[in-house]
Design a binder for this molecule. Structure first.
Ligand code: BG6
Length: 487
């Protein structure tokens, strides 16, 4: 493995993402020897912390994540803190001086990774100032890692992109979609293109429909402000779900390079039907959770989670029927759904294959069971549902399931998504990051949905916490003669 030398500059170092994901990931990379000792981390935020306070905080975050036995002092000694107000001019030259000092101490070759883990309103400004104050002029590389949301709609995303592009080239921009760091999301491509038994059938002649479910038990937590501006469509559909769709539907790349893979994904997103003329209500269902019970515990309605949510019309659930208008996929519905406060946390893709024209091994058509391939992204694994002879039953068949669980394979300890993506950004591999074209095309799908919804007041709440969402989501499939498979 390449051991990058780097200074990681985290904007928003006192925040939740840094604590829950970034610090533990940097630690893992360090422990595994994927990061050399030539590294430093600079934490920036408004609070008047010191190096010591940050180091203590980093230590706690790592204790929470792994409770390691060893002394963390050597590791945390690489962390530095600078109070930072993104709108104040003098903080940029100060940061520059600090970076130069650290580069001399840690011999990082001038490589700088600027990680924006904070409210998006300042992304454009920060990028601009970094360039203006010469923070991009170093002997090494400079890269910008950006968390979502990337804009609020196509217009604002374009605006943000043009601001960032004034300071950084597309190759220097790493837009994070953490789902692309998940092991089983990365596996989609391998399962498809390394197996003749699937890839030959991977089209509209043999697949009847695809179902993608991203369900969460959690509610809005303490992110009411962010979430209420966002909603399920912007929070999950625009990014995570559409990225999974692109990987499931893309053509085989001619090489496993960043450009080739990205360009295949972009083609899928271009072919994705953008419901500009059809009624949105025929294809998309929105929901907001009411009070209910999950795992025996009562939970409040979305509107009662925080004061500012009292009259909210934000959706906490969306189901949709996507269509890809190209030769391979014409006519195959891709049903997607995601929601908060569902009965369980699950991330699954189910590929339903077409039935045989005739099947003599079932008593009635009702009992016939199609072949299903399930890609379990949350509890990493795969399962394949086939039909086999029902033992001792004469000539009858029954569905059987072949299962593979990655966690049951000895010695496998899948790295966290953020660990992989941080490493990729440091070695300059942008394959599992979102290209601007993908962002723009995703907003083109989403904008008409949100626009149509904004014209009509929804009848919320319309599903109970702990249920699988509004009944219209079942009707969406029933109209086509399908149903959601159990998750
Ligand atoms: C984030 C969303 O991108 O993904 C959250 O903002 C959501 O609302 C989270 O909870 C889900 O991620 P994961 O990795 O837990 O499936």
């Amino acid at each position: 493995d390449i051991q990058p030398k780097v200074t990681i500059v985290i904007f928003g170092a006192t925040g939740d993402l840094a604590k829950r994901k970034l610090f533990p990931s940097i630690y893992q990379l360090f422990k595994k020897g994927k990061l050399s000792s030539h590294f430093a981390v600079v934490g920036l935020a408004r609070r008047p912390w010191t190096n010591e306070v940050l180091r203590k905080h980093v230590e706690e975050s790592i204790q929470n994540a792994f409770s390691p036995e060893e002394d963390l002092e050597e590791f945390t000694s690489h962390f530095y803190y600078q109070p930072f107000d993104v709108t104040k001019e003098d903080t940029y030259p100060q940061l520059h001086t600090l970076l130069q000092d650290l580069e001399a101490t840690y011999e990082t070759g001038g490589n700088r990774l600027f990680y924006l883990a904070m409210a998006p309103n300042f992304f454009g400004l920060i990028a601009k100032k970094l360039k203006e104050y010469g923070l991009k002029e170093t002997a090494g590389w400079t890269r910008l890692v950006i968390e979502k949301p990337f804009g609020h709609d196509l217009e604002s995303a374009k605006q943000l992109n043009s601001e960032i592009r004034e300071a950084f080239d597309e190759e220097q921009i790493f837009r994070i979609d953490h789902y692309l760091g998940k092991e089983m999301v990365q596996n989609i491509e391998v399962i498809r293109f390394a197996n003749g038994i699937f890839e030959h059938l991977w089209n509209n002649r043999f697949i009847s429909n695809i179902q993608i479910t991203l369900s969460e038990v959690l509610g809005v937590e303490d992110r009411a402000r962010y979430y209420d501006e966002s909603g399920a469509v912007r929070d999950m559909l625009q990014n995570h779900i559409l990225q999974i769709v692109a990987l499931l539907a893309m053509e085989p790349p001619i090489k496993l390079t960043t450009d080739e893979i990205r360009s295949e994904k972009i083609k899928v997103l271009r072919a994705l039907r953008k419901f500009k003329h059809e009624p949105i209500a025929d294809n998309f269902v929105r929901g907001q959770y009411d009070a209910g019970t999950i795992h025996g515990k009562s939970v409040p309605a979305y509107r009662d989670e925080a004061e500012e949510l009292a009259d909210s019309t934000t959706e906490t659930y969306v189901a949709g029927k996507l269509l890809i208008d190209n030769y391979r996929w014409a006519g195959v519905p891709i049903y997607v759904r995601t929601g908060k406060r569902m009965p369980k946390k699950s991330i699954k893709v189910i590929i339903q294959f077409k039935d045989l024209p005739m099947n003599l091994y079932f008593k009635s058509d009702k009992e016939r069971h199609p072949n299903l391939l399930t890609i379990n992204i949350q509890n990493e694994g795969l399962s394949l549902c086939l039909n086999a002879r029902k033992a001792g039953s004469g000539k009858l068949a029954e569905p059987i399931h072949l299962h593979y669980h990655q966690s049951e394979v000895p010695g496998i300890n899948t790295p966290e998504a953020y660990e992989k993506l941080l490493y990729d950004s440091m070695i300059g591999d942008a394959t599992n990051f979102t290209h601007w074209d993908e962002v723009a095309l995703s907003w083109q799908l989403v904008d008409p949905i949100l626009e149509a919804w904004s014209k009509e007041k929804p009848d919320f709440p319309n599903y109970k916490a702990g249920s699988w969402g509004p009944k219209e989501a079942d009707e969406l499939l029933a109209k086509d003669g399908f149903h959601w498979w159990d998750i």
